[in-house]
Design a protein around this ligand. Sequence first.
Ligand SMILES: [Zn+2]
Length: 311
Amino acid sequence: MTTHDLPRILGRYRGKIPGPTLVCIGGIHGNEWMGILAIQRMLESLQRSHLPFHGEFIGLVGNRQAAQQHQRFIHRDFNRMWHAEIVHELTQPGVIPNDAEAQELQELWSCLQFLIEDTAHPITFLDLHSYSAEGLPFAIVTDRPDNLHLAEFIPVPVILGAEKYVPGTLMSYLNDLGYSMIVIEGGQHHDPAARDTLELAIWQTFVANGNLESAPTEVMETLYEHLTKLTHEFPPLMKIVYRHAVTEEAGFVMEPGFTNLEVVHAHQLLAHDHSGEIRAQQAGRIFLPLYQKQGNDGFFLVTDLEKRHPI
Ligand SMILES: [Zn+2]
């Protein structure tokens, strides 16, 4: 498949046994192709397999136009515009989209609505991402039992609090409508290990969602074991406590070499911009340091939480 004929719906797989639906979205940021590739690989695996699959799996592309150009977005960040008023405004009959992402929102939302109305079974959403720094994969989850349940099956740290610091995500929007949805950040944008992690996340979400009783043994012995080894020394639950917002004009440059979820001390030098040095407000771990041109989040700080909430 060339990127020019990238479809909105990457594929649908229906198991022989009725059951819940899992809708998986890749490329809501158009430079994050590992999610799209993980979905494509999963669709191929399911077609080849004879697994007792319950229900349905549907793979979608988020920001199709940006993905075709391998850019995070064309005009604005597609994962920051899912506010009820914006969605309402853009989806009124006859509204002509005023930029690429407005058109993407209209198309993706009408696709999601069709899928929601098309099934009589419960429907769950999984959103696949990657990032620019090196470092550990993780899940972004709203602090709610249904979402924490999904994340529990994937051996990566869980980050809470994104809905407060990063408003307008598709996850928050669908969560507010009552649907279960989590985000998995699989690793660095072009690292095949990110695709493997995202593929494992889909397998394990099948199990959490009731589509499969277990992931195939070879997946558990390779991808699951590998990821568990990588993540087991990290705290299982962390919370965002700070976001450093940047504008294009600010001249923000991250200090080199930070890896995702690396420990930083209070007042440590993290970045520069036109107004000078930017130092850590408090001790914690640096989260999603910005090492790419597009994006309004310079970095976040997260702190460890003592233990998982009872689920
Ligand atoms: Zn992303």
